[in-house]
Design a protein around this ligand. Structure first.
Ligand SMILES: C[S@@+](CC[C@H](N)C(=O)[O-])C[C@H]1O[C@@H](n2cnc3c(N)ncnc32)[C@H](O)[C@@H]1O
Length: 243
């Protein structure tokens, strides 16, 4: 684990991080700034010590790469404060991957590909935020399998998903996703949501011992952040058998 974070105020950090998106235009810049400011996920994850382990961190379905940009902002504002991990983002939409690349590469490696068909480096930390519900159950399993194959034993998985048992808050998530799909031209996409307990069961089955906390403060959404560790293998199993 690296030393504790230097005390750069998060508001300052997000301003500097989002400025990196100006190269891609006002929309990318303001979208990044708005997400970092108003979605509680980014501050909460940034403040977790697990995010700041050394080694390799992979952000799966990284979109514009907002978490990755926070690391670079930290380096700009307090260059000697932290040793940052090797950062990798994987994003399947080429246009969005290019926005991420323009903002954070180098030093961050942005891979424009589908995670399921891309060899990944061994990693100590894997992030999957708001990605899995966008696909059918069978694809969720294969994305998780690909991600967890790259994760070292003892490594950290951070996953944010909607909680399908969260009542009206869940219905807000489902509606927002449906509207986004309609306006962005992928309305036929097959979303699949699970409850918090169902996600914990899936993670347990895949060798991840996780806990869950609400991750939607200040929003109407029913989202949950899962943080888990990859358990050591059972005796007689090979690492490549996992999960
Ligand atoms: C809602 S966005 C979240 C972006 C980012 N994780 C964040 O928190 O800002 C989900 C992203 O996952 C990407 N994605 C979905 N399936 C993927 C896959 N199989 N491989 C790589 N990226 C994927 C989508 O293209 C989309 O940009």
């Amino acid at each position: 684990m690296t030393p504790p974070l230097a005390s750069v105020p998060f508001e300052k950090l997000l301003d500097v991080a989002s400025l990196r998106y100006r190269k891609s235009g006002i929309t990318a810049w303001q979208f990044g700034r708005g997400k970092l400011r108003h979605d509680p996920l980014y501050r909460a994850v940034w403040e977790r010590p697990e995010l700041h382990r050394t080694g390799t961190l992979i952000d799966i379905g990284c979109g514009q790469g907002l978490i990755l940009a926070l690391f670079l902002a930290q380096q700009t504002l307090a260059p000697s404060s932290i040793e940052i991990p090797k950062l990798v983002g994987v994003e399947t939409r080429p246009g969005i991957a290019q926005i991420a690349r323009l903002a954070v590469s180098p030093p961050v490696e942005i891979i424009s590909a589908d995670i399921r068909h891309t060899p990944l480096p061994r990693s100590q930390t894997v992030l999957i935020f708001d990605v899995l519900h966008m696909m059918p159950a069978v694809d969720q399993e294969s994305v998780l399998d690909a991600a967890l194959t790259s994760l070292e034993v003892g490594g950290t998985l951070m996953l944010r998903e909607a909680d399908a048992a969260a009542g009206w808050r869940f219905r807000c998530v489902a509606l927002a996703n449906r509207l986004k799909a309609l306006t962005r031209g992928y309305s036929s996409r097959d979303f699949h949501f699970r409850s918090k307990d169902e996600w914990l069961t899936v993670l347990e089955r895949k060798g991840i011992q996780a806990s869950a906390e609400p991750m939607s403060a200040g929003t109407p959404f029913g989202n949950v952040l899962f943080v888990g560790y990859k358990r050591p293998l059972a005796p007689g199993c090979s690492d490549r058998d996992e999960p």
